[in-house]
Structure formats: C-alpha cells, structure tokens
Design a protein around this ligand. Sequence first.
Ligand SMILES: [Zn+2]
Ligand SMILES: [Zn+2]
Length: 302
Amino acid sequence: MIVQLYSIMNKKDILQGPFLGAHVSISGGFENSIKQAKILGCHAIQIFSKNQMRWSASDITDQAAENFIEKRETGKIRYLLIHDSYLINLGNPDETKRARSAAAFSDEIKRAKKLGAEYLIFHPGSHLGIGDDACLKLISDSLKSAVSKENPSESNLMILIETTAGQGTNVGYKFEHLAKIIELTSNESIGVCIDTCHIFAAGYDIRNKESYNETMGRFENIVGLRYLKAFHINDSKTKFASRVDRHANIGEGFIGTDAFRFLLNDSHLTVLPMILETPGGLNAYKKDLETLSGLFQDSSYM
Ligand SMILES: [Zn+2]
Ligand SMILES: [Zn+2]
C-alpha cells in the first residue's frame, strides 16, 4: 500500500502530499537518516542534530553538512525537521539555567541552518512553580533574542513551537499558550507543530468528525492555521485529557484510526509534513505508515 502511495506521488509531483515521515536516528552519521527514509519510502524526516540528552556537541563540519545535503537531494527528502534537545527549558525561572538553555538553543538554530532544515521543533518549556503566564513570558523573551541573534530566516528555517500534553509543569498544552508566544515574539520565523498524542492528552478531542472539526476550528480561531507547519502523528497510550505523554502506534492507542483519517484527508493540511514518533523502530514505523497510507483516500491525488 505504501509503495503504491509514493509511486503515485512520484509520478505526479513530489511537491504534493501527504508527506508522511518518521523521526529517524543519526547514529553513525547524518546520512544514515536518509538511508532509513529510503527504507521507509518517506519524503519527510525528523532527526536530532546531536545527542538529545547532552548539552554540547562538536560543531558540524562543512564536509559533513555538504555530504548530508547531497544525500538528502538524492533521497528526495522534501521536509527535514530537527527536534531540539530535551534538556532545553527556555522558560526556566533560574536565570543561570535559562541562559544555559538559551545558549544551547542558539546552537540548535546554527546546526539546523547548517543542515538546511526547514523546521526546528522545540518544546516550549516548564514553569517549575512560577505558573504558566510568567513562564510564557520568559520563553518568549528567550526565543526572541535567540531568533534575532541567529537569524533563521537567512536559510528559510522556521522555529516551530510544539503542543505539549501538559505533563508536570510543562506549558504549551493550551492553544492560548502558543498564541501568546507567537504574539510576544512577533516574528515571521515562528510557527507551530501539533502533536496529535499531546493535544489529545491535553484535552483536545479528535476521535470523531465533530470533535476533530471543533478542535481544528479552535486552533484556527486561537492560533491561526497559517502558523501550522507540521504534525507529529502519534496515537496515545494514555486516556483523553490524562495530561500524560506516552506515544502509541497508530490505531493501538486511545485516539484510534478515525482521527488520522480526518487529518490525512483534510485538504488544508495535506501539504504539511506528518512525522511519526511512535515506538518500535523501523519495522513498527513501516506498519504505522502502511496503516496511514490505507487511510488516505483523497481521489485528487490518484
Ligand atoms: Zn512530538
Ligand atoms: Zn510526546
């Protein structure tokens, strides 16, 4: 099924969606991510540009970047997304720790530019006791200065705020939080990535047509669809509004397959990259991609 879908895409135009993809590993070198995309038949991938559990990494050499960009072209990867380090908290109330996060985030922008990525995805942050509003202000300040310092638009890089499940003291679990950061930073390089598992766990239902339309309508009213640039497509191991972030394979969680059918066939969204971050490695990704391809029914692509 998936092979069929992509051969249809290639025949028409590679710039048409849906751009299904997956978060793949860079272990052994950046170009290994392209090999995995090829195995999966994907034209969109997400990677970490360094070990996501470490603060620092050696700089990406010109040679490594050139090699990667060349391989990416051969592999016809339309969208490259980079996910930032899990350690970064741009809204940390401790000034020293926040400065460390800001420096690491600047480095993430540099690396994403060097690799020619379209999008750098980040989790907004955790308030650690100071409350959502104060944290959103700190995040916006950190983001604003990182963007003005590193100028992502120079290489057409956009920074995407990811929706969160609202676990612990994480902010970003309400669409209003994303709108606030966008308003306070007021920069054309800022957009949004919706994670289906996260919004579901945060209390935005998408399981039937009515709830899907309502949730997307709320996003349009509060944030604006023009800011929506990417999706993480994950089912959820935890129940609706659990505020707990645990990804499940497609159709094996509490969201179920209908939501993904609405998403894949939503004509506003088919040009956007849709990245799996589901458990189980390449074989599980293959199965998830097959499931998703089977849900895609828009006859205009046939
Ligand atoms: Zn995600
Ligand atoms: Zn998650």
